[in-house]
Design a protein around this ligand. Sequence first.
Ligand SMILES: [Cu+2]
Length: 132
Amino acid sequence: MNKFVTMTLFAVFLVVSGIVYQNFYRPASIAPVKASGNIKEVKVRVLENKWKWSPDIIEAKIGDTVILKIFNEDPFDHGFALEQFGINKRLFPKRETTIEFVASKIGAFSFYCSVPCGEGHYVQTGTFIVTE
Ligand SMILES: [Cu+2]
């Protein structure tokens, strides 16, 4: 058997085993989630001098395209970090910042301020909840 035939058979084996894994063995919990087309827009504010998100609980359904419009009331920077979704964005003072992503995992996830911003920095947290 020449090299070309061996490599072709090996490539076919890889593709077939990948398809078999995806369809029969992969746990549902790690399957990719497609955007459902639903849009969940939430207006969030960082309350001036309070180191607080309002609201500090944000809910979405799995597959929602989440659009957060976050207004930072403070005269200094904050940051919005939601690690499990790969989000970390700077929030400039007295300005609205838009963050868009797909709610691709079910669960409760903490978000927090990612820019050292003062006395309340470590309590400036909230929860993002994704349900079925
Ligand atoms: Cu901070």
